[in-house]
Structure formats: structure tokens, C-alpha cells
Design a protein around this ligand. Structure first.
Ligand SMILES: NC(=O)c1ccc[n+]([C@@H]2O[C@H](COP(=O)([O-])OP(=O)(O)OC[C@H]3O[C@@H](n4cnc5c(N)ncnc54)[C@H](O)[C@@H]3O)[C@@H](O)[C@H]2O)c1
Length: 388
């Protein structure tokens, strides 16, 4: 049974925990889980969430059930979640501007979190913590130095601890859903490959960005010349609140903007980024998109899209898929990363240098790759690392 530990018990993680338990109980249909109907060798009912790591003092020490009810206002929470705990995470100084955090010393935080991870024995670690701006690491010695000096972003430090865990306890998968360059850090990928560990990322592709990529693909295939792309996102959840801080917003813009050049093959003026926080919108963000293009005989057309999107459930559906996909690939001896997985699920697909693709193409490539894999009989240490 795949054991899943989650970093960050925010809105996306809460929807993941509740949605998964409801799915297991047959209370909901798996809508929003792209590969729900595909046999990946492991069922929803086999996925087990074993614990969460948090830095918000108001959540640490509570159960998921308590956080879901008191923090996010869920009225009905599946019973199993009153047995799943929230443990102390690391990197609180990085989010001091957002909520009350503990002021523990850095080295002791590191060791405590490592002990927690060891106790939880995860096969899969999901990182859905708050966005942090950081640069990718090419060199392991530099990452190691910054980890101990408290200079690496928390998601990169968690990745470092996951590498240590994989070395001591055996292969595991780490999936980074936030924009911090984890899977796009070559130092982390190379170390993962050496340990039979998998790393996926970065930044889950959920709302308007995959749709924009697909519309751009449509225009490219029809040889229409795009003149400009504007895409606004306004939301009222804490993810949007955190993005008011300029460096966090820059991290997000970086992962979103790459689609224009990558999909079209040429650059055009574009503005694609979260633009604001409006509390009354809650988790259902407002998206507006405008794409102007030139068609035959100089005609100029425009596409205008308006959407309201439930932000966190969109990511939670992808998390369900990635738990099963990670397990399938781990069981079949994959290590490092797998481009086809990142290209479909992530805004900034690893390994570094990978071009963004439209999701319609990425979906076909992913399904083709997964179908070619023998279904796992049992989990084991890989004999030979495989890469597609
Ligand atoms: N559709 C989506 O919601 C979506 C899509 C793509 C990416 N993401 C990314 O996923 C992440 C989570 O999104 P969310 O909407 O759940 O945000 P959220 O603000 O509701 O939750 C983030 C949680 O992480 C916790 N946290 C912050 N730093 C931490 C640390 N160092 N260790 C442990 N926990 C920490 C916070 O206390 C908070 O509970 C964000 O980085 C966001 O950019 C979300």
C-alpha cells in the first residue's frame, strides 16, 4: 500500500485528503482525476495518507479532521482523517509574514523534521507548501551548504531530507506542486537518480495555464499568427494572498510564462501571472484571457475567455493521479524524473530545459508511456534504473 506524506496542510492538501477518502468510500465520482479510468496497477482504495507537515502554529499538533473543520469550514469530514496528524515542518522563517510560526532554531528543526519523515515511512511525499522564490541548484555541495545555513528554500530543504531518507530507507517519490525549483534543480535530480528515487515537478498545472497552452497549440496548428496573450488570475485564497509578495509572484510568473515561446515556437508580448487578491472570491478564482491573432488575408481575430475555477480541488484531483503514477513508476524501477509525467501535470516541467507542451499532446505522450509499462506485481528495489 503506498504511504503518502504531505508537506503543507492548506486548501489543496485538505481537498486531497477529504476527496481521496470520499473516493475510497464510493461517495464521489473521480471527476477531475485525469487517469481515473486507467489501470495503473494500484487502486484509489490502496492509497494511504500517513501524515502532514506544517509550519502554521494553529495547525501543528491537530488532526486533519480538526483543521478541515475549524480552518476550512468543512462540515462533513471522513472519519479516518481524525486519525491523521499534523506534525511540525521546517522553514517557518520563510512564511513569518503570513501567519504565526514557531521560532525554533534551524538545525534542531532540520533534525526534528527528518525524524518525523522517518517515523512516517512515506513511499510518496507531496509538497503543497506555500510558494517560495529560489534559484535552481546545479551543484549538490552548494545545496548542502545552503540547507545547513538556512538559505535554501524550504521545498529544496525537504527535497534534501527526502534524498537522505531514500539513501537510508530505499526509493521513494517526491512530487513538488509549488513553483520552487526542486525537480528543476539538476543537483536534486542527479542525486535522486543515484538513490533510485523519483522527483516530479515543478508547480502543478491546473487552471488557466493548461487551457492557454491548448488554445495556443490550436492556433499554432492552424498557422495563425498570435499577436499577444493576456491572462489574469484573481483569487481570494491564501495562495493568492501569499503571491502579493513580489518575489513569490515572480516565481509563479516564471513557471507560467514559458508556455508562449515553448508552444508557439516564437515569442509574443504576453502578461500571464496572478494579478491580485480579493477575499470575497474565496477559493473560486476569476480568470480572464485575451488572445489576439492574425488569420488569412490579414484578418485579425480575438479569443476572450472568462472562467471561475475552484482552485484547490483542481490540484487535489491531480494529486490523486500522481500518487498512483508515482507508485507504478517506482515499482517498475524508474528513477530521477520522467519527462512525460511532468509535461502533463506541471507548469514548469523537469528536467531543466524541457519545453512546455500543450496538454492535449502531453496527455497522449503520458498515456502511451504508461501503457508501455508492465503492471507491477510487487514493490521492489529496481535492478536497473530505467528511463523512457
Ligand atoms: N490550483 C491550485 O491550488 C494550485 C495550482 C498549482 C500550484 N499550487 C501550489 O500549491 C501550493 C499549495 O496551494 P494551496 O492553495 O493549498 O495554498 P495554501 O496557502 O492554502 O496552503 C499552503 C500551506 O503550506 C503551509 N506551509 C507553508 N510553508 C510551509 C513549510 N515550509 N512547511 C510545511 N508547510 C508549509 C502553510 O501553512 C499552508 O497551510 C502553493 O505553493 C501553490 O502555488 C496550487
Amino acid at each position: 500500500m503506498p504511504r503518502i506524506a504531505v508537506i503543507g496542510l492548506g486548501q489543496a492538501a485538505t481537498h486531497f485528503a477529504i476527496g481521496l477518502e470520499r473516493l475510497k468510500a464510493g461517495e464521489i465520482q473521480p471527476y477531475g482525476v485525469p487517469l481515473a479510468n486507467m489501470d495503473l496497477g494500484v487502486g484509489f482504495d490502496e492509497l494511504e495518507i500517513v501524515g502532514f507537515l506544517e509550519v502554521d502554529n494553529r495547525k501543528i499538533g491537530k488532526t486533519v479532521s480538526e483543521v478541515a473543520r475549524k480552518f476550512y469550514g468543512f462540515k462533513k469530514v471522513p472519519g479516518r482523517l481524525s486519525g491523521v496528524r499534523v506534525y511540525r515542518g521546517l522553514g517557518s522563517a520563510w512564511v513569518r509574514d503570513l501567519f504565526p510560526v514557531s521560532e525554533e532554531e534551524w538545525p534542531s528543526q532540520l533534525e526534528e523534521v527528518y525524524r518525523t519523515l522517518k517515523l512516517l515511512r512515506p513511499d510518496i511525499i507531496f509538497d503543497v507548501s506555500t510558494t517560495q522564490y529560489s534559484r535552481p541548484y546545479k551543484d549538490m555541495a552548494k545545496l548542502e551548504k545552503d540547507v545547513y545555513a538556512g538559505k535554501a528554500a524550504p521545498s529544496q530543504v525537504y527535497a534534501y531530507l527526502a534524498l537522505r531518507l531514500a539513501e537510508e530507507e530505499g526509493p521513494l517519490a517526491l512530487v513538488n506542486f509549488n513553483p520552487t525549483p526542486v525537480a528543476n534543480s539538476q543537483a536534486i535530480l542527479s542525486a535522486a537518480a543515484e538513490r533510485g528515487m523519483l522527483v516530479f515537478g515543478d508547480d502543478g498545472a491546473t487552471g488557466a495555464t493548461p487551457l492557454t497552452a491548448d488554445i495556443l497549440e490550436h492556433l499554432r496548428e492552424r498557422n495563425r499568427k498570435v499577436r499577444g496573450v493576456a491572462q489574469f488570475n484573481i483569487g481570494g485564497n491564501t495562495d493568492f494572498l501569499s503571491l502579493l509578495e513580489e518575489s513569490r509572484n515572480r516565481a509563479k510568473e516564471y513557471t507560467k510564462s514559458s508556455i508562449v515561446m515553448d508552444v508557439l515556437g516564437y515569442d509574443v508580448p504576453h502578461y500571464i501571472r496572478p494579478t491580485g487578491f480579493l477575499e470575497s472570491l474565496g477559493d473560486k478564482k476569476f480568470v480572464a484571457m485575451h488572445i489576439e491573432y492574425e488569420s488569412f488575408n490579414g484578418a485579425v481575430d480575438e479569443i476572450i475567455v472568462n472562467m471561475r475555477v475552484n482552485d484547490s480541488p483542481a490540484l487535489a484531483g491531480l494529486m490523486v493521479d500522481l500518487a498512483r503514477v508515482s507508485w507504478l513508476l517506482l515499482s517498475n524501477g524508474f528513477s530521477g524524473t520522467v519527462r512525460q509525467v511532468n509535461s502533463f501535470y506541471m507548469k514548469r516541467p523537469a528536467p531543466p530545459g524541457t519545453r512546455s507542451q500543450s496538454r492535449v499532446i502531453a496527455y497522449q505522450n503520458l498515456v502511451h508511456m504508461l501503457e508501455s509499462i508492465r503492471k507491477p506485481v510487487s514493490r521492489g528495489i529496481p535492478e536497473v534504473g530505467q528511463h523512457p
